[in-house]
Design a protein around this ligand. Structure first.
Ligand code: ZN
Ligand code: ZN
Length: 265
């Protein structure tokens, strides 16, 4: 079935309204759409939701209007540094966007410059940086147990333009070690095409090697577009499905009738 559960709107840093997204999903023949506004973070207002009540109310409104034609879910993409209250949302997608160094938060996915700044704070030691990133992400995952694990190796967002992590076997060993650690939280790993639609990458997160590990270990995966515009709800989904099938996956998880169930790829 066609669906996407990682969707941003004008309530955070997305470009389209909730209703525009629903209309686009309907036009594309989606069976379900899940919204995942960026959870509020007190240290960075540039991208997150400031009006969570308004967001939830607007989703309730469109659900009343279109709920017979499409399943609509009110989720949240919470940052690992600031977990959201449980019970407010239909599901929680947990992501790690920041490095916190000396009480300053650096959004590693905002630009190559910001990532480079972080690397320099680690004296260029990208392996130690990756250890810190993944170990704090895993601590959060195993403590707060979000339903879905967002873009696990976001750290590699700019690697196609500036290959800092993936070519290094020591980095890849760290990522693999913590992937296994993250699996303990029981969450569904998203296979996220968002950086493809924004022109940063040609492949989804997580990296192919990690997807092989997830397959071998029997983890569940969910295909998402991390869409920031109504037009990109299913960006690169066909390619990502074919890629997942090549790796050996036969199903992906969807949220349907209120349950996380497996759907044929
Ligand atoms: Zn994110
Ligand atoms: Zn997102």
């Amino acid at each position: 079935m066609l669906a996407n559960y990682h969707t941003h709107t004008t309530f955070c840093d997305g470009k389209s309204t909730v209703e525009e997204v629903v209309l686009s999903a309907l036009e594309k023949g989606f069976a379900a759409i899940g919204f995942s506004g960026h959870g509020y973070t007190p240290f960075d207002f540039t991208y997150c939701m400031k009006d969570t009540d308004g967001y939830l109310a607007e989703i309730r409104r469109v659900k009343e209007k279109y709920g017979k034609e499409i399943e609509i879910y009110a989720g949240v993409e919470e940052d690992a540094s600031y977990p959201q209250p449980r019970g407010l949302f239909d599901y929680v997608l947990g992501s790690s966007h920041y490095f916190c160094v000396q009480k300053q938060y650096f959004p590693i996915d905002s630009s190559i410059e910001c990532l480079n700044k972080c690397v320099s704070l680690y004296g260029g030691d990208t392996v130690r940086m990756a250890e810190d990133y993944y170990s704090s992400f895993c601590t959060y995952l195993n403590r707060y147990r979000p339903d879905v694990i967002g873009h696990f190796d976001l750290l590699t967002k700019f690697d196609e333009q500036s290959p800092r992590f993936l070519p290094d076997p020591a980095y890849r060993a760290v990522a693999k070690k913590y992937l296994l650690e993250a699996m303990r939280c029981g969450g569904i790993f998203e296979v996220n095409t968002g950086a493809i639609s924004r022109g940063y990458r040609t492949m989804p997160y997580p990296h192919e090697e990690l997807l092989h590990v997830l397959k071998k270990e029997g983890a569940r995966v969910m295909l998402t577009s991390d869409s920031h515009h109504a037009g990109t709800l299913d960006c690169a989904f066909d390619e990502a499905r074919a890629f997942l099938r090549e790796i050996g996956f036969r199903t992906a998880t969807v949220l349907y009738r209120g349950e996380f169930v497996e759907d044929t790829l």
